[in-house]
Design a protein around this ligand. Structure first.
Ligand code: CTP
Length: 413
């Protein structure tokens, strides 16, 4: 399975892109449609949404679309970008590096292979500017599915009609075969489990004790590990984030759920990255019915939860270094010292220490600044996007994995 971004630009052939989306899906791929504003004049985004069962991106500036700098996060997750139909305008923008909407920004940001299916009037297709632009793109490795000849919507007969959907799908398969999934990345053949988000400990059916974790750091780690070719399982508490494509997501609620989800999978994992903010305490006896208010104070009795990281650290396989174990330490003071204590106490290989008293790092923001604390010392990672911090953490995980054999050499993303 591959994750494919399908760019649809404003040509009459846009309706055929619906068939292309279906064809790619029938072959087992996940498809995310990105429509330019002009494309929405030809086909409604709802059609693509219904077919792909995913949100359709139609606007660079929609509120929320930039919370994770979406064109960058999508750019690093996709296995292939197909643009069909690609208008003369789109081809011109791609060839000249213009990035004034989501699709053209994605084109520049991605390192995934790109397949264009141009479609336009014959004279436009043969215009020296378009010919030059297509040549420039081909010289940069962009693959082209030639338009067909025949009766064009404008009444002309000639070359320029969008290639048939099955030909575009076949070309996409060919491009994907040239870069097989799971054999590209530096983490190919490795299984990595990431935990993310908060846990909710229920007081009664309507109330819970939670924390401010948004899940962003864990999701960024899962996305980056998948991009590097690992088979990733993401065990996540309740968050508002969309499931990252190509990642097996296990949604849990409480610390006890997370414990069960992690412990039942740990034996297959090459690495475990515990970015979740797991509750240390849970309700001694959650009420099956809503607790009614009374005069006076209410006392809740909390009991300790199981320390998942600590338990994994003591597994017999850890004497062979498996799984590589990364924990997080969210602190408000004395960050590195506490992290050093945690490294020893939890028998982890690496502790990622966050100073959550900073407004620009830690909970519910897109940036983070951390210290990577291991037996070999402390590495400071200055403030940057959580995606970039994820890259630095995974660089360290890759180094640690060099010392241990893959648990399942055949693991595929
Ligand atoms: N963790 C865990 N299981 C728990 C609690 C925490 O696996 N029940 C993991 C977190 O995912 C994180 C690390 O342990 O990787 C955090 O360590 P912990 O000592 O629990 O952190 P705090 O509770 O924040 O620290 P403190 O002991 O200072 O309260």
């Amino acid at each position: 399975m591959a994750f494919i971004a399908l760019g649809v630009t404003g040509g009459i052939g846009a309706y055929k892109a619906v068939e292309i989306a279906r064809g790619l899906q029938k072959n087992g791929h996940e498809v995310m449609a990105i429509m330019t504003r002009a494309a929405t004049q030809f086909v409604g985004p709802l059609t693509f949404e219904a077919i792909t069962r995913r949100e359709v991106i139609t606007d660079q500036w929609k509120s929320g679309a930039n919370a994770d700098i979406e064109h960058i996060s999508l750019a690093s997750t996709i296995d292939l970008l197909v643009v069909a139909p690609a208008t003369a305008n789109a081809v011109g923008k791609f060839a000249n590096g213009l990035a004034d909407d989501f699709l053209s920004s994605l084109f520049i940001a991605t390192r995934a292979p790109v397949l264009l299916a141009p479609a336009m009037n014959t004279n436009m297709f043969e215009h020296p500017a378009v010919v030059k632009n297509l040549e420039t793109l081909m010289a940069r490795g962009v693959q082209i599915v030639d338009p067909g000849s025949g009766y064009l919507a404008c009444g002309w007969i000639g070359k320029g009609r969008l290639a048939e959907p099955e030909d575009v799908v076949a070309a996409a398969e060919q491009v994907l075969r040239a870069t097989p999934i799971g054999e590209r990345g530096t983490l190919a053949g490795r299984r990595i489990l990431v935990t993310a988000g908060p846990t909710y400990e229920d007081i009664d059916p309507v109330r819970f004790v939670g924390n401010r974790s948004s899940g962003r750091m864990g999701f960024a780690l899962a996305i980056e590990a998948a991009r590097r070719g690992a088979a990733v399982t993401l065990v996540t508490g309740p968050t508002r984030l969309a499931a990252p494509p190509g990642v097996a997501v296990v949604a849990i609620r409480s610390a006890a759920d997370m414990h069960a989800a992690v412990m039942s999978r740990v034996a297959e994992q090459d690495a475990l990255i515990m970015a979740a903010a797991v509750a240390d305490y849970t309700l001694a006896g959650p009420s099956a019915q809503k607790v009614k208010k009374q005069d006076g104070d209410l006392t809740l009795t909390l009991t300790r939860t199981k320390d998942i990281l600590g338990e994994v650290g003591r597994l017999p396989s850890r004497t062979q270094g498996l799984p590589v174990l990364v924990g997080f330490a969210a602190e408000t003071h004395d960050v590195v010292n506490y992290a050093k204590g945690k490294l020893e106490k939890k028998r982890a290989d690496l502790i990622v220490a966050n100073d959550v008293s900073r407004a620009d790092a830690g909970f519910d923001v897109d940036t983070n600044a951390v210290s990577l604390v291991s037996a070999s010392g402390v590495e400071d990672v200055p403030l940057q996007s959580k995606a970039a911090v994820a890259g630095r953490i995974l660089d360290r995980v890759e180094q640690l994995l060099l010392a241990v054999p893959a648990r399942n050499a055949a693991a595929k993303a």
